[in-house]
Design a protein around this ligand. Structure first.
Ligand code: TMP
Ligand code: ASP
Length: 236
């Protein structure tokens, strides 16, 4: 497999083409961004931790029956994935209230959400990823009804795998965001699962161990990400 040119550079990852038209390389960079790129920093080592935590989680999800784009780790900061036609919709599940839910609904942070809340957001930085519903997705043809149902089912199914996985590591999975894409007619989980795109709190103290540390200057992001990897048993 040969790595060809850059296809797209996101806020924390660069996507590269390969000589296999069905495969791409995800290069996890040492960039941290928040508030749609307004806040930015370079944090040495972040790309490697995220690449390895992502590989670990993707493999667990795959084993649990969630079809993903992940193929294999290529290097410290690169992974090989299937090339998806991405659906521009973000699927969020919340087990505990935090972030935009608290702001939007005036709910107290940390309140347990039973059943978990499911939300769709439009993937669009310029519009600040607005919350959308199934009616918007249908009318604007962002996904078919079948794809919507599949994304929702897979995102909730992932919760049943991930909640206990993090719980065993002494971590509360507060909320997370998943993105999906099409691959030869099938809906696969794409993008990444890292502490950049979820909230993780220490189960005892409720200390934050995710990107909220960076968003709100609450502590050392890299120390927290290393702790998450260590607790999950992910070798770095
Ligand atoms: P929120 O509280 O900002 O709506 O985010 C909920 C969860 O989803 C949180 O873990 C962060 C993640 N998320 C992203 O990583 N990127 C996004 O664009 C959005 C909307 C959410
Ligand atoms: N889309 C936002 C950003 O990364 C979400 C966040 O604040 O993490 O800028």
């Amino acid at each position: 497999m040969k790595i060809l040119g850059e296809l797209y550079a996101g806020k924390a990852k660069t996507v590269l083409r390969t000589d296999d038209p069905d495969a791409l390389v995800l290069r996890f960079r040492d960039d941290a961004t928040a508030f749609d790129g307004v806040k930015h920093a370079r944090l040495p080592g972040k790309g490697t931790v995220n690449n390895k935590v992502n590989a670990f989680v993707m493999e667990r999800l795959e084993r649990g029956g969630i079809p993903t784009h992940f193929i294999r780790l290529l290097s410290d900061h690169e992974s090989l994935v299937r090339r998806l036609d991405m659906i521009p919709v973000e699927c969020v599940v919340r087990n505990l209230a935090a972030g935009s839910l608290c702001k939007r609904l005036g709910v107290e942070e940390g309140r347990e959400l039973d059943p978990p809340v499911f939300e769709f957001f439009l993937k669009n930085d310029e519009l600040h990823d607005p919350m959308i519903n199934e009616s918007h997705i249908r009318t604007f043809r962002w996904a078919t009804e079948e794809e919507v149902a599949r994304m929702k089912a897979l995102t909730l199914q992932a919760n049943a795998i991930l909640k206990p996985l993090f719980q065993e590591a002494g971590l509360l999975l507060v909320d997370y965001k998943l993105e999906f894409g099409r691959f030869h007619g099938q809906v696969l989980l794409g993008d990444e699962f890292t502490p950049d795109g979820c909230r993780l709190w220490d189960a005892e103290s409720r200390r934050k161990l995710d990107k909220d540390l960076f968003r709100h200057d609450l502590g050392d992001l890299m120390q927290a990400y290393h702790e998450v990897a260590h607790r999950l048993g992910v070798p770095l």
